[in-house]
Design a protein around this ligand. Structure first.
Ligand code: LLP
Length: 399
């Protein structure tokens, strides 16, 4: 892709998002192949990337969609996902959000508290349509990732505790429309070691045995997403073998259908931000390069001190220096970090890597900046979203 991008560079706007279709296809096919022995279905976590063009590629490969809001239900249906291939999770929803989804045929929902379980039953009863429900358990596991991404830890707001579930069995047993068919767990995101996943399976099994004993016909386990990707060249790929073995054993022992909901793994390395150096100065003896992309296009460095690899589109020979690369926004945290790069000049084009997940979906208009255009590379560069217009910045305002 980079070779062809060098040829086309003049016709591509900066900053912009560029997705390489072949990498999305490779990543999803890889997971489908790996987890085939586990009787697993994959639901893409739409929060990682909501581009219709990206979603369509994923849908074409047979995956479903995992959504966490009414808006994501809307987008997923627009992208062509069948409602029965949409899994609607969230820590808490309002009645109108649940009704919206049920009316459109969404079939799978999770709950993470007793009041939310009751809400699901009430909504399904109102429309007189049966839905299939998963209970998300807080497994109390530290998955060895950034605290913001550690959703399975005991202090995290997510999931219901096993004790709370046990104490409320009588309520859930009475449900006629929101039938409990599965257990849901998602211990965290950007996990690069297999051990937390394997540990999670043991806890899920305890809950499974308990619910079966209580008389529930648990036919599904949604084991979440969270598969990490190497952002830094020194990081290693996640070893899937122990995870596949653990999931396969669960399937073999209990005959359950396994659901997985990865986001990042499918799209992160397929997305790049193309950006241009727009100012050069020295700070404390090292060059500080200001580029035209920043925390508005990729807020991950500001939020999680995340590293995103950068390379020059047109490589340069010669010495590399320790340099800082920052965005143009009025905030100190708008900085990508410290890199080793050749000497740069204004106008040089840089590619920021691993920008396919949690960048465009967390982008903002801060500082009055317009959301950038997006391109899909499928042998050719196609524009899949135009750059925002100034009018969009004041849209819906009454003045
Ligand atoms: N399932 C549930 C219930 C989730 O909460 C998440 C992510 C996923 C699946 C997908 O996880 P993945 O496979 O993408 O790791 N903004 C952060 C990531 C937040 C993840 C939130 N939940 C970031 O930029 O790293």
């Amino acid at each position: 892709m980079q070779r062809l991008l060098r040829k086309k560079a003049n016709s591509i706007f900066t900053p912009s998002y560029i997705y390489d279709k072949s990498l999305i296809v490779n990543n999803l096919s890889f997971l489908q192949r790996k987890f085939a022995p586990c009787n697993a279905d994959i639901f893409f976590a739409v929060k990682a990337n909501t581009s219709l063009s990206v979603l369509k590629i994923i849908k074409e490969l047979g995956a479903g969609a995992e959504v966490v809001s009414q808006g994501e239900v809307f987008i997923s249906l627009k992208a062509g996902f069948k409602p029965e291939k949409i899994l609607y999770n969230n820590i808490a929803r309002k009645e109108e959000e649940v009704l919206y989804a049920i009316k459109r045929g969404v079939l799978y929902f999770n709950f993470e508290s007793v009041d939310q379980a009751i809400l699901l039953e009430r909504c399904a009863k109102k429309i007189r349509r049966k839905i299939k429900v998963f209970v998300r358990i807080n497994l109390g596991i530290f998955p060895d990732t950034h605290p913001h991404l550690s959703t399975g830890s005991p202090r995290s707001k997510f999931g219901i505790t096993f004790d709370e579930l046990k104490n409320n069995m009588s309520i859930i047993k009475k449900f006629k429309f929101a039938k409990l068919i599965g257990i849901h767990s998602h211990i965290g995101s950007q996990i690069l070691k297999p051990a937390p996943f394997v540990k999670g399976v043991k806890k899920v099994e305890e809950v499974l045995v308990f619910l079966k004993r209580e008389g529930f016909d648990i036919t599904h386990l949604n084991l979440g997403g969270g598969f990490g990707v190497p952002y830094h060249p020194d990081e290693k790929q996640l070893d899937f073998k122990p995870i596949v073995n653990a999931y396969k054993n669960l399937y073999k022992k209990y005959g359950v259908k396994i659901f997985l909901e990865p986001g990042r793994f499918i799209v992160a390395n397929a997305g790049f931000i193309l950006t241009r150096v727009i100012s050069v100065k020295q700070r404390n003896g090292i060059p500080l390069y200001i580029v035209d992309a920043g925390m508005t296009e990729n807020p991950r460095p500001a939020l999680y001190e995340a590293y995103h690899h950068i390379n020059l589109l047109f490589g340069k020979k010669g010495r590399k220096f320790k340099v800082r690369v920052a965005g143009p926004l009025c905030e100190n945290s708008d900085e990508f970090g410290v890199y080793h790069l050749p000497e740069l000049k204004i106008g040089d084009l840089l590619l920021i890597h691993n920008c396919g997940a949690y960048t465009r979906t967390m982008a903002s208009n801060y500082n009055g900046r317009l959301l950038p255009p997006e391109y899909l590379f499928d042998g050719k560069f196609r524009i899949i979203r135009e750059k925002q217009r100034f009018e969009n910045l004041i849209e819906n305002e009454k003045y």
